[in-house]
Design a protein. Sequence first.
Length: 605
Amino acid sequence: MQEPPRLLPRKHLSSIFILISFFEMVLLSNSVGARTENEAINFSPKREFRAVWLTTVYGADWPDRALSASEQREQLKGIYDTLAALHFNAVVFQVRARGDLMYPSQYEPWAASLTGFLGKDPGYDPLQFAVDEAHRHGLEFHAWWNVCKVADGKQPPDRTSPPHIIQRHPEWVRLWENRNSAGAVISSEYWLDMGLPEVRSYLVDVVLEMVRRYDIDAIHFDYLRYPGKEFDDSLTYAIYGRGAPLDQWRRENLTAFVRAVHDSVMRLKPWVKIGAAPIGIYKNLPGASGWQGYVQTFQDARQWLKEEILDYIIPQIYWTLETNPRFGVLANDWIANSYKRAVYLGVGTYRPQVLKEVGEIIDTSRALGSLGNCFFRYRNIAADSVIAQRYIFPALVPPMVWKDSVAPQPPMNLVARVENRTHVRLSWQMPNQASDGETASRFVLYRFRGMNQQINDASNIRWISPQTETSFVDDLGKPGAVRYTYGVTALDRLANESPLSNTVTIVIPTIVRIASLFEVENNLSEAFWTRASEFFFGYQLDTAAVVRLELRDAQGNIVREILSGYRAEGEHIVRVDVSGLQPGIYTITLMTPNFRQTRGFVIGH
């Protein structure tokens, strides 16, 4: 049972009013939005993958090919600024869309989306910039690869240097035609024949070129499948099938590629994660039927998990909660068959009906035990307030203990100093090496109120350093507590977290002077009288809670909602605006899920 809040009643009206107005000590805090009180405290997990697919094909999300190189860079910075402000922690950035690349390569040409022309040098290295800037914004960088589909349309691409794969090895590709129910061709595409060993070897070489040259955090495979059952690979099957059933042979071709990438990357950079985005329906289920990855595109993503050659999957569950195929049914099926690997759920926010349900979809994902979500695509979620409400506090990406289970040592010698009344300058030292030789890749700064020194509570996270910064200035703005306690932890490359450093407690001098004018009591029934346009009072929470504060007239009508939202444990000071109210009797009511108390007051002439 939650303890009732202790209220700090208003005394010495004129002194308090003058003092607080001078220092503008008005409590500012994030609100919970539309969430219910009973959901509030655990609504924002500390560990959660929060990502978006950033689509570069045809410049869908980025870049605008009409912009100069410097303007494209500024455009991408703006995207990352938005993601960081929304508390995202990863970006799935499309590096290879249609057999073309966002970096200079000996194998494949420059992406057409950069300049409008396949193979044209944009004048900078977009991938290098994208990786560096993502890390400066505290975002993991997942290099998104479309593997098998290499061109749209029937017309082969122009000749470039290096040549496109269709020009270099036309014997490796097959034309695929999408047809409507009447059999008419509605679109054409070129796909690689994954049954050819030389195709798989070539793709592994291109992957390794990228891994060697760039500090990516993960490789993310898409279009790692066949386009359909009628794919023209009969000659390849006759040569390499070795008597296996066609469907089994095709699945093994894809699995062999994933296996080769995994083994090669682990020898080169074992910390790099390998993931994939399979079709959302593995096999049909009651309430969730449609296009099946296993049956119709020969994509056995669960085998990749079972063999431990993938670290994570993001199934593309691009449907709503209530219509077939149902999001929750598919999500539960993927999570139940994770083989102890990470399952993040792909959300099709490009569909208006899915975007309308995105808050409930995030809630469902959490309730089912998913480790996070990835949204398709950036342009559809950049201004979505519902996602912002669900991601109200920062979050760390989930660790992957099968890759690294050794936590770093804690940072050393944390010190704090109050500057200019409301600025706290903090600094610390790098930790000693852990048993695996790592120190720290990033830091997490915690700010606690009262005795709530829980690092598992995301509301206590004040700042996650983008890189290895060892200092931070905390601008308290308009403080809502007498004292704050700080601590810092270290994160390694794979987000293992150290124990907390030494803690330091600072006291805000102006708040101490205000608090000294209050006396703690539990009874709010005593009325008081005021002619001021505002007054202030304090309350103290023994545990974090959703707090509502309402101002009512003598008839019980709500005339002002003073605050409604999640508040941390500790002391709070609240400004109550009574300007414009008629003289008379009013009440102010403080409510938490388990407590309610009312105090009367009179506004005089």
